[in-house]
Design a protein around this ligand. Structure first.
Ligand SMILES: NC(=O)c1ccc[n+]([C@@H]2O[C@H](COP(=O)([O-])OP(=O)(O)OC[C@H]3O[C@@H](n4cnc5c(N)ncnc54)[C@H](O)[C@@H]3O)[C@@H](O)[C@H]2O)c1
Ligand SMILES: O=C(O)C(=O)C[C@]1(C(=O)O)C=C[C@@H](O)C=C1
Length: 362
């Protein structure tokens, strides 16, 4: 039996737990310092066992996964290595920054255990175990940041464990990770929050701002609803990288101010062209997505239950849906659903079944 101890069973810890819970050969133990949370975890059935005791959680554990906010990682690691750990035990984390924890771990005496930093490039603006799902990591990149000197066998063992997440494992240097993820994740979160707060200020004296806020504002600001403590810790931890990125951001904004001052329409259009071209090259369907999915598009009327009836039609034919995305959800406009399948055969069969009732495009 492989024992996995998860510290901090929230969105990410809970989603990881669900990847193993109920799979033969695995036992998942959840830890929380709070007895009420322990009760909740057991009640929700996210873990096999839950405890407030660190020692009990790590006793005999083959893997320990730290899923607490970045600001708590080092403290947890220091406490853990004082406990008797199973020889060969692999400790990993899921923190959104990697340099500081990887460097702290390298400076600690881990006994017979190994630390390998980890970061699944998937998540949500939601938080807590209520938002956890076993599919969260499917097709996403999962970054590992082993320090120099970590035995390759240990990295391989962790990769084998994480295969259950259906994510694509990739090794990246911890500092390079923080530079890149600072730019593609942390900076966008700052921009989203700053933008929402700018509009919040205008809305304070005229609530038409919130009333008229439509798709564009929602699309760019979803991530402004991230969990405040989680994001506080990430930004403070990656402060130096972010200060550099924000100075570059000021340059981008200054460029727009200049173009507008000059009424330089061609310059503005060129900015949109360059951005659109780069954006069209991003993996489209989901952050970090790497494997191809096979898509079909279905026009659907805007009424409740339509997604359920499509899922039922597919379920009746035993066609597995991998992903579903609502492309248009305004009240007055029929929606377009993008349905993704694992292979062309499933996509073709789904197309045939659904086209009996709906307009289907491939
Ligand atoms: N949210 C995302 O999109 C995302 C994606 C990838 C990685 N991460 C990383 O995953 C980790 C967890 O984030 P999350 O989104 O699951 O957050 P979450 O709030 O859903 O879960 C955090 C968990 O840690 C516990 N916790 C919070 N503060 C604690 C403290 N002081 N002491 C002990 N436990 C504490 C909470 O009770 C909860 O169980 C963070 O390090 C974050 O950087 C987040
Ligand atoms: O999709 C989201 O809501 C996320 O914020 C996920 C996201 C990201 O920025 O892409 C956020 C933090 C992570 O550490 C990894 C992924």
């Amino acid at each position: 039996m492989i024992k996995i101890a998860i510290f901090g069973v929230g969105l990410i810890g809970g989603s990881l737990a669900l990847c193993y819970k109920g799979k033969p050969g695995y036992t998942v133990v959840g830890h929380s310092p709070n007895p009420k949370s322990v009760e909740k975890l057991l009640k929700r059935g996210v873990v096999d066992f839950a405890t407030t005791s660190m020692a009990e959680a790590v006793d005999g554990a083959d893997y320990i996964v730290l899923c607490v906010p970045v600001g708590m990682l080092e403290t947890y690691l220091q406490q853990l290595v004082k406990l008797p750990l199973k020889p060969g035990c692999i400790i990993t984390d899921v923190g959104s920054t990697k340099a500081s924890i990887t460097e702290s771990a390298a400076a600690l005496q881990l006994g017979g255990a190994y630390f390998i930093g980890g970061h699944p490039m998937a998540g949500s603006e939601r938080s807590g175990v209520e938002a956890a799902t076993s599919h969260l990591f499917e097709n996403a990149f999962y970054v590992l940041t082993p320090a120099d000197g970590t035995p390759p066998e240990a990295v391989q063992r962790l990769g084998e464990l994480l295969a259950c997440t259906k994510a694509q494992i990739i090794e990246v240097n911890a500092r390079e990770h923080d530079e890149i993820v600072g730019a593609i994740s942390h900076l966008p979160h700052i921009i989203a929050v700053a933008l929402v707060n700018q509009i919040r200020g205008y809305d304070a004296t005229n609530s038409l701002y919130r009333s008229l806020a439509a798709g564009g504002f929602r699309d760019i600001t979803r991530i402004a609803s991230g969990e405040p403590i989680v994001w506080r810790d990430i930004l403070v931890n990656n402060r130096e990288v972010l200060l550099r990125l924000l100075r570059d951001w000021n340059g981008e904004i200054a460029r727009f101010i200049g173009l507008l001052e000059q009424s330089d329409g061609d310059g503005i259009a060129a900015q949109f062209r360059d951005a659109g071209e780069f954006r069209s090259q991003l993996p489209e369907r989901r952050k970090g997505m790497i494997t191809s999915l096979y898509d079909i598009y279905v026009d659907v009327p805007d009424h409740p239950g339509v997604i359920g009836s499509i899922a039922t039609l597919l379920g009746n034919e035993r066609i597995n849906l991998s992903n579903i995305h609502v492309s248009e959800s305004r009240e007055d406009v029929p929606g377009v659903l993008r349905l993704s399948f694992r292979n062309q055969e499933d996509a073709d069969r789904a197309s045939e079944v659904l086209s009996r009732q709906y307009a289907v495009h491939v």
